[in-house]
Design a protein around this ligand. Sequence first.
Ligand SMILES: CC(C)(COP(=O)(O)OP(=O)(O)OC[C@H]1O[C@@H](n2cnc3c(N)ncnc32)[C@H](O)[C@@H]1OP(=O)(O)O)[C@@H](O)C(=O)NCCC(=O)NCCS
Length: 148
Amino acid sequence: MAHSDVTIRTAAPDDGAALLLLVGELGYPMEAGILQTNLENLIHDPECALLVAEIANEVCGVAMAYTSKSLTNGRCAVIGNLVVSENKRGFGIGSRLVTELKNWTKQRGLTTIRVGSQTYREAAHKFYENLGFTKIKTQHWFQYTLGD
Ligand SMILES: CC(C)(COP(=O)(O)OP(=O)(O)OC[C@H]1O[C@@H](n2cnc3c(N)ncnc32)[C@H](O)[C@@H]1OP(=O)(O)O)[C@@H](O)C(=O)NCCC(=O)NCCS
């Protein structure tokens, strides 16, 4: 596959069906309606870049970045939801998506990009290290759901 066969563009509302398959591959099976709502919210969020990779008008990868803010880290970009279709991996598509997110980060005047990756995703860890990311910590996440 030639590099020029792959287009990286901002996600659009019509991408819902393809993104549903991709997030399933990432390990997050979702209801189509919930994904569609999230997609349309993110597309309109100025603090967020939601990108897709496409070959011959077929979406085969997705990645997003958003601005995170905290007292200790200030403002930095965080990458999320990065996945390339299994049969299209190893052709540089993931790297292209991350390069575009690096450009987005730079355009926003930010200098740090972070990404959380579950401990079992060893191939992804090699991928990030190959792109110059450094492992900084391992942590647990907790969730609390508010009732009515
Ligand atoms: C991680 C992922 C997005 C990488 O996408 P990709 O398009 O296959 O990656 P690329 O082809 O751009 O690879 C870039 C570099 O990363 C490294 N890399 C990629 N996959 C690797 C693997 N399985 N093992 C070791 N190194 C790997 C390679 O060294 C490659 O460099 P090279 O061009 O010198 O060979 C893809 O494998 C994927 O979707 N994995 C499943 C979902 C996932 O784990 N997402 C990350 C969530 S945090």
